[in-house]
Design a protein around this ligand. Structure first.
Ligand code: TYM
Length: 331
């Protein structure tokens, strides 16, 4: 049996990194797998959130996912806090995970920065909640961007230790699915930083809601180097900004990186950038239009989430019962 699970935080706009790194693979996998996708509001409150903005963000992210191609009739789509199993299973798994394992998580180190003592406990235990998300559905495949790789390795370690400790084979070990030419989309302003919702500069990312003009402007101003594009992959070494833009072109046009370089090698960014902006607008404009048509229809969005939560509970509650039995809470 195979099942897909993945999640996204409802903070800020869906950006091109989320879309190309993860969401596009979610959309594709709906056709071939039993899929569960989650707007992870429990994860969002590990850092300070304005309650009104979070409430709006949950609906907006739901609308953005549907606009990107998720079909609530063909997948389970819900928000995490509506299914209590996530929090309850996370508690059990927090007693499986080891302090040392969590202490090695690079995302905690990055997000807590210099103020580790002032970070929430939730930010530290966040990867255990992420493991619970996945294991509550006995998911076998988890489509994510490159930045989630370490969290998925931890989820495997937790699943294996739980099975070993309890003498069961309750949890399958989930496989990360990190696929495509854009598994790590970088900032448009700095080829060494990933494109992120939390980057203070909006010019660093392409949002799903950006107009065609805004996209063209951001690509025009994207940081590059003065050299022409190379004609093979080796020529991208040490040129992170060029590598990022070429990867984006490949992902958006459905070509390999090699094919993009064969076409553009020797040409300058002055010619390449407008073509890249056009490819981006062509991919995003229909999504933006669907998003705008849906985002204010709260009744429809709420009904989709409620139905998704019901379907999610039907899968996850029996798994929680099995976990409770395995640790000795029930017969
Ligand atoms: P989040 O909300 O930060 O990102 C959602 C998805 O987008 C991918 N992504 C990127 N991919 C390529 N390039 C980028 N610049 C980029 N930025 C983000 C992420 O890898 C992710 O797949 N902890 C997770 C959410 C989560 C989850 C889960 C994921 C909670 N529970 C269980 C999988 C399974 C997160 O914060 O993703």
């Amino acid at each position: 049996m195979s099942r897909v699970f993945s999640g996204i935080q409802p903070t800020g706009n869906l950006h091109l990194g989320n879309y190309l790194g993860a969401i596009r693979n979610w959309v594709r996998m709906q056709d071939s797998h039993d899929c569960v996708f989650c707007v992870v509001d429990l994860h969002a409150i590990t850092v300070a959130q304005d309650p009104k903005a979070l409430r709006a963000g949950i609906r907006e992210m739901t609308a953005a996912l549907i606009a990107s191609g998720l079909d609530p009739d063909r997948c389970v789509l819900f928000n995490q806090s509506a299914v209590r199993v996530h929090a309850e299973l996370a508690w059990i798994l927090m007693c499986t995970a080891r302090m040392g394992w969590l202490g090695r998580m690079t995302q905690f180190k990055e997000k807590s920065g210099k103020d580790r003592e002032g970070a929430s406990v939730g930010l530290f235990t966040y990867p255990v909640l992420q493991a619970a998300d996945i294991l509550a559905y006995k998911a076998t495949h988890v489509p994510v961007g490159e930045d989630q790789k370490q969290h998925l390795e931890l989820a495997r370690d937790i699943a294996l230790k739980f099975n070993t400790d309890t003498g069961t084979e309750l949890f399958p070990l989930p496989e990360p699915v990190i696929e495509g030419p854009a598994t790590r989309v970088m900032s448009l302003r700095d080829g060494s930083a990933k494109m992120s919702k939390s980057d203070p500069s909006d010019a660093a990312r392409i949002n799903l809601t950006d107009s065609a003009d805004a996209i063209a402007q951001k690509i025009k101003r994207a940081k590059t180097d003065p050299e022409p594009l190379p004609s093979d992959r080796a020529g991208l070494a040490g040129r992170p900004e060029a590598a990022n833009l070429v990867g984006l072109m490949a992902a958006l046009s459905g070509q390999s990186v090699e094919a993009v370089l064969a076409e553009w090698g020797g040409q300058g960014f002055g010619a390449f950038k407008p073509a890249l902006a056009d490819a981006m607008v062509a991919a995003l404009a229909p999504i933006t239009a669907r998003f705008n048509a849906l985002k204010d229809d709260h009744a429809t969005l709420d009904a989709i989430l409620a139905r998704g939560a019901e379907k999610a509970r039907a899968i996850a509650e029996p798994v929680l019962i099995e976990a409770q039995r395995a640790v000795g809470f029930r017969d």
